[in-house]
Ligand binder design. Structure first.
Ligand SMILES: Cc1cc2nc3c(=O)[nH]c(=O)nc-3n(C[C@H](O)[C@H](O)[C@H](O)COP(=O)(O)OP(=O)(O)OC[C@H]3O[C@@H](n4cnc5c(N)ncnc54)[C@H](O)[C@@H]3O)c2cc1C
Length: 463
């Protein structure tokens, strides 16, 4: 651990090197939060604000020489504690590196600094008739660098894939200050290892992402959204199978009854009657208004005729599209109605997702007695989010709740985290969910790139 006087020397040197506004201390640091839902201030003595890749390289070279650990900050919307910084760590924030460097409409690519927010990137792409399809409830704040570090998924993975499928190139600064130029712009490039993929989803443990080349798609000009309710899980799967035959399908989000009933306590989000067992948000995005509307209507009409649906509401205006999406993105209602809760982000075989949710409920009832749980998620991708509340002392039982849910995940052969990552919050559960050989290989890779364990040292795994 770096001694306090050594940290002070690093901070003083960086204050000179980074210039005005380059280093924040005191209240300017503690007023921030490392977590989007609860105030967790960085315990760090200083927050560093580089303006360029060269600044980041300068920071990392100095920290490497002083053996000074750092934690990287993007938009701080991550929900697994990856941005939490301890008192012996300095924060490197990408908040002054937000430039859109170029947009190439011919090859449909954008080069951007890592501190740019997803929504800003989408707005810039839209001005050229293009679209960056990674879409999260946090898109106004979540950054390109943070979503690359997390390999974020979101609402439209069923159509366009995870972040990994939408990034062509990267520029990364390694722990020793080496600048790794991987700014590939080609769709096809098999020149050696595809090193960028190592950094995507590495949760910042292998280097600081400074720039990215993004793959864009034509901006959809039509959007159909419906909220439907169903009573049988088999019907949800049947509807998913039918919806998948539409090329325009861009989201298939499922909410179990307990989730919808909670969110529908807000009258503006009570779009259909909460009496059914399942609620599905279906979205299509395309380029041909009449044909897209016809295909979407046909899907719903046939599903109604065949008795799959209990009820269906189709958005007829942009406002109604937003209203329906707000049902699915009801995290503030969950906070109000169920806080504090422990949240989960897992993947399971889609065919067994309802059985999985029932097994989680049975496990919680056996081990905790009274509890309240809600389930929802990107079911078209096999990704389910679960929130569990056991009363005012929920956080005191956090570990017991996690152990119970993750045991069920393991029994179902599921994934510990579908999109949010391990961070600091799930570290202890990682060894139960991957093989010893996979864990050992991860350690080898990390050690090769950051032998001093200087970047995000508490993230992903210990030791
Ligand atoms: C309301 C809400 C909805 C959300 N919905 C989704 C969703 O649908 N799908 C989903 O996947 N996630 C979702 N998230 C989680 C979160 O938005 C994502 O994990 C996102 O990728 C975090 O980006 P960020 O810029 O905020 O990163 P941060 O929270 O700042 O950082 C996340 C991790 O990445 C590291 N990091 C950040 N920037 C860099 C960089 N430039 N180089 C290297 N490492 C870096 C950090 O050290 C940290 O470990 C949601 C969060 C909220 C609050």
């Amino acid at each position: 651990m770096t001694a306090p006087h050594a940290i002070a020397a690093v901070i003083a040197r960086l204050a000179r090197d980074l210039g005005p506004g380059g280093v924040l201390t005191g209240d300017d640091v503690t007023a921030r939060s490392c977590d989007p839902f609860t105030h967790v201030p960085p315990a760090s003595p200083a927050l560093l604000r580089p303006q360029s890749t060269e600044d980041v390289a300068r920071i990392m070279r100095l920290c490497h020489d002083a053996r000074q650990p750092v934690v990287v900050h993007g938009g701080r919307t991550g929900v697994c504690g990856g941005a939490v910084a301890q008192e012996n760590e300095l924060v490197v924030s990408l908040e002054r590196m937000r430039r859109i460097i170029d947009i190439d409409p011919v090859s449909a690519t954008m080069t951007v600094e890592a501190g740019a927010a997803i929504e800003a990137v989408q707005d810039a792409a839209a001005a050229h008739g293009l679209f960056y399809p990674i879409d999260l409830g946090s898109k106004g704040t979540a950054t390109i660098g943070g979503t690359i570090a997390a390999n974020a998924g979101g609402n439209r993975v069923i159509r366009w894939g995870m972040t990994r499928q939408n990034v062509l190139g990267l520029e990364v600064v390694l722990a020793d200050g080496t600048v790794l130029d991987l700014l590939n712009r080609f769709l096809k490039n098999n020149t050696g290892y595809d090193l960028k993929q190592l950094f995507i989803g590495s949760e910042g443990t292998l280097g600081v992402v400074c720039k990215a080349v993004l793959r864009l798609v034509p901006l959809p000009t039509t959007q159909q959204v419906a909220l439907v309710s169903l009573n049988r899980y088999g019907d949800v799967l049947e509807l998913l199978g039918r919806a998948r035959t539409l090329q325009q399908l861009s989201a298939f989000e499922v909410m179990w009854q307990d989730y919808y009933a909670t969110v529908a306590t807000d009258p503006a989000r009570r779009i259909v009657d909460p009496g059914a067992e399942f609620f599905v948000l279906i979205e299509c995005m395309g380029h041909s208004k009449a044909a897209d509307e016809e295909a979407f209507s046909a899907l719903l009409e046939h599903a109604l005729e065949d008795g799959l649906l209990v009820d269906a509401v189709v958005a007829s205006s942009a406002r109604q599209v937003d209203d329906i999406w707000r049902v699915r993105e009801g995290s503030e209602i969950l906070m109000r109605e169920m806080g504090p809760f422990v949240s989960f982000d897992i993947s399971v075989d889609i065919r067994r997702a309802d059985e999985f949710v029932a097994a989680v409920n049975a496990g919680l009832a056996t081990s905790l007695g009274g509890y309240r749980a809600v389930a929802f998620g990107h079911l078209g991708d096999g990704n389910i989010h679960i929130g569990v509340h056991t009363g005012p002392a929920t956080l005191a039982h956090k570990h017991a709740i996690e152990r119970c849910v993750y045991d069920v995940v393991r029994d179902f052969g599921g994934a510990l985290t579908a999109e949010h990552g391990i961070g600091t919050a799930k570290r202890e559960f990682l060894p139960d969910h991957i093989t010893p050989a996979a864990l050992a290989t991860m350690r080898t890779v990390r050690h090769a790139l950051d032998p001093g364990r200087l970047i995000n040292r508490n993230v992903l795994f210990e030791g």
